[in-house]
Ligand binder design. Sequence first.
Ligand code: SAH
Length: 247
Amino acid sequence: MLSNIRIVLVQTFHPGNIGAAARAMKTMGLTELVLVNPRAFPDEEATRLAAGAVDVLENARCVNSLEEAVSDCVQVVGASARLRSLPLPHFDEPDDMAQQVIQNAVQAPVALVFGRERSGLTNDEIRCCTHQVSIPANPEYGILNLSQAVQILAYEVHRAWRKRDDNHFMYQRPLEATPPSRDQFVHFQDHLGRLMQQSGFITQPHARTEEQLQALFSRAQPSRKELSLLRGLLSAFESHLPDSRKG
Ligand code: SAH
């Protein structure tokens, strides 16, 4: 279960934070680290701060985009100190997040995503997430150091894992009842976006409308089966468009 839980660090500036995050992960039994365009890696400072968790660093994967880091994940939780305008499902309490994450991790990879030291996650990156989580903190100064934020969420995940009810977790949902991967979700969104334009519902790419619909479908948390029904529905509508409007 824990090996299905991936920690993703986006464009980390200080390599020391990568090392400290690796150490935070290993103390809580997490080993899967993915780095999106780190400024400096591998790096001596990272190795120094990883202490006994150098193996986590050695196994870390570097990728070029957040999308690439999470495309096979069925749940992607963006950690953010402040709420964004994007109305994604939001966990105000990390323990609620952790319970859902370990439930999903029984069957498929999930990711916890952390932003840059200075600027956090961009709106586009938040759009890659299915959920957001905030660590409740001092309202006047609630921004944690990156690796400390990793430590707290990793602790919560480990705690939820320790306290899991095995009877409940031994039950494997049929695949079609599990959440779709990000990849499948993105294909659905692209299909919907195309159809909205081809049908004349919107006359040019309209990010805001697409964003609102994306958030709606994210909140609905459709299963694989439900998403494939929706795709079937889109294809049926598409087949009735006048030929000139088909893509
Ligand atoms: N100035 C940035 C803060 C970046 S801190 C901003 O306003 O977004 C680096 C990363 O640590 C954040 O992107 C987030 O992933 C995590 N983090 C820091 N404090 C957090 C908090 N209170 N709750 C959740 N994540 C937090």
